[in-house]
Design a protein around this ligand. Structure first.
Ligand code: ACO
Length: 331
């Protein structure tokens, strides 16, 4: 069974309510019909009933029995506005601003999750990553034990000798453009948690990536990775981690043994921490496009699960992302 098949089986075992703010978008409506029919989640589509119906007709999707809510006319919006005002008043948001914001499906959906009226949210087929992330960061915020929100890409590679039966977890490839050493340490801890809870890794083995392996090169940017490793050791003493390591030293056993002898993870890492967003984003795309890996993205560190889609996403991508969000909501 592939990773995503396992995730779907888990999603079915305890069905979660996932809100889809882009409810009048054709791919989203089609995905909702599949999610409902396959019992993967209880989707809630946001938007005007007319637009949702028009999208469903166009997509040939049966949305019988799927809940819909219209933020423009919803009676609960006033309650969400009060709650939003309380959360953001110290950031200059007025009651009038809050009342206007909750009529925006993105904010309305985030408030559903915040108040427990939904278990998770998936958006981004239309919105940019920043548009989707900002309200989640402002309102849902980070888990108490986490300093930052970041992402993991689950890379299901054709070469099954890599990582965990071909599965590698890459972080961060979406959120933090220039993480500090401390932020990198937290990204690593969050990625190990994702590997364990979502991918079922019994032993996350975390490598902090660099162009240097264990002091083979000297540079300020390498010092930062070494600091991140030391901090991660302090923050999570039981986690198997090491760095700085070059990519090949992290995942190829012979190279790991020669460049980092005695390392607890070199050559067999299954969680790879990139030094910044440039490297992470480029790295996952190379693995996907040249390496032929299937990839699945999730946000981590948020207090409640919300996930982003690529605007080029397919119906299947939305279904997969909702299934992963549902599993995150079970934890
Ligand atoms: N973790 C936790 N909180 C955060 C984080 C974070 N990583 N980043 C920002 N915040 C908080 C801020 O502290 C702030 O909180 P406050 O308003 O309560 O004080 C709030 O979020 C908003 O912060 P801003 O500074 O207004 O937002 P910013 O302009 O920093 O944008 C964003 C944050 C959207 C995540 C930005 O860092 C970004 O655009 N990242 C890159 C996204 C991207 O384009 N990724 C690549 C494409 S995706 C792909 O290829 C799959």
């Amino acid at each position: 069974m592939s990773m995503i098949e396992k995730v779907k089986a888990k999603a079915k075992s305890d069905i979660k309510k996932i809100v889809l703010p882009e409810g009048d978008e054709e791919r989203t409506v089609k995905a909702a019909s599949i999610l409902k029919a396959e019992g993967l989640a209880e989707p809630v589509l946001l938007g005007s009933p007319e637009k949702i119906k028009a999208a469903a007709d166009k997509a040939g999707a049966d949305i019988t029995g799927i809940a819909t809510e219209d933020p423009e006319t919803s009676p609960i919006a006033a309650e969400y506005a009060d709650a939003l005002y309380e959360i953001r008043k110290n950031k200059g948001v007025t009651p009038e601003d809050a009342a206007k914001l909750v009529r925006d499906p993105m904010y309305y959906g985030i408030m559903m999750v915040k108040t427990g009226d939904a278990d998770g949210l998936v958006s981004g087929a239309v919105h940019t990553t920043g548009d989707m992330l900002r309200p989640a960061l402002q309102i849902i915020k980070t888990k108490p034990e986490m300093k930052v929100v970041s992402s993991s890409f689950l890379m299901d590679c054709p070469n099954k000798s890599l990582g965990e039966d071909g599965l590698l977890v890459y972080a961060d490839c979406v959120v933090m453009p220039a993480p500090t050493a401390e932020e990198l340490a937290y990204i690593a801890i969050a990625a190990a948690d994702t590997a364990k809870r979502l991918c079922g890794f019994t032993e996350p083995r975390v490598a902090f990536l660099s162009f240097s392996s264990k002091g083979s090169a000297k540079h300020d940017s390498v010092n930062k990775i070494q600091q991140a490793v030391a901090l991660a050791h302090e923050l999570a003493p039981d986690l198997l981690l090491d760095g700085e390591l070059q990519y090949d030293a992290a995942i190829v056993p012979e190279i790991g043994a020669s460049k980092a002898p005695g390392s607890p993870v070199a050559g067999r890492a299954n969680v790879l921490i990139f030094p910044d967003l440039q490297a992470g984003n480029i790295g996952y795309k190379i693995t996907q496009r040249v390496g032929g890996a299937d990839c699945f993205a999730v946000l981590q560190g948020l207090n409640m699960p919300c996930n982003d889609l690529s605007r080029g996403c397919s119906v299947e991508d939305i279904v997969n992302t909702v299934a992963m969000t549902a599993v995150q909501a079970q934890i």
